[in-house]
Design a protein around this ligand. Structure first.
Ligand code: HEM
Length: 168
């Protein structure tokens, strides 16, 4: 069982690294390059954003799904049962309260990710005027950095969880 637990924990940490790392790469490397392209070849930058968005969405949702799966397995391997989720006993004590805080932040993150995709998704980009396109790009950038900060906070909650939770 210990091997399964360690394997699941390893996958959880790797998925967190992919999720956070890909966001940093997008914001710190891809976005500035696209911004430079925007002034000279804005049509190309729009097309590239569509492609990047399509590929990135797969990586993002797969790592989030893996985080859910391995996170739930880890909770099970810590000895909690399905009834602890239903009766709420899982959320008692420092581990439980930290877990609850983390899950609420994860729910917020999933909501922001869906909003980011729907509002700024590639389908609407094709029909946007240049002004709309610029405005949406700005909104996407703010939202993207906000999502990164939130993810870092969630990772912090994860570290606390692995050490028994925060006593508050
Ligand atoms: C963006 C989403 C998430 C990120 C970035 C994240 C990140 C992390 C990190 C960095 C750790 C610390 C691992 C260690 O120090 O050993 C951790 C632990 C943990 N995470 Fe997550 N996590 C996420 C989502 C979830 C979800 C959705 C669940 C539950 C369904 C979950 C449950 C756990 C548990 C139970 C631990 C403690 C594992 C243990 O020590 O047994 N996480 N997480």
């Amino acid at each position: 069982m210990r091997t399964v637990y360690l394997l699941s924990l390893w996958l959880h940490v790797v998925a967190a690294g992919v999720w956070i790392g890909s966001m940093v790469f997008l914001g710190a490397v891809i976005a500035p390059v696209m911004r430079r392209l925007d002034t000279t070849r804005s049509e190309l930058s729009r097309q590239l954003w569509e492609e990047v968005g399509r590929r990135y969405r797969i990586v993002g949702w797969m790592s989030l799904a893996l985080l859910f799966l391995t996170g739930t397995i880890n909770i099970g391997l810590r000895g909690y049962r399905g009834s602890d989720w239903i009766e709420g006993t899982l959320f008692a004590g420092s581990f439980g309260r930290t877990l609850l805080g983390k899950l609420l932040l994860v729910a917020l993150l999933v909501g922001l990710t869906l909003w980011h995709e729907r509002r700024l998704g590639s389908q609407s980009l094709a029909y946007a005027s240049p002004e709309e396109w610029r405005r949406w790009r700005r909104q996407a950038a703010y939202l993207g950095w906000g999502m990164l900060l939130l993810s870092l906070l969630i990772a912090g909650f994860g570290l606390l969880l692995a050490r028994g939770g925060f006593s508050f």
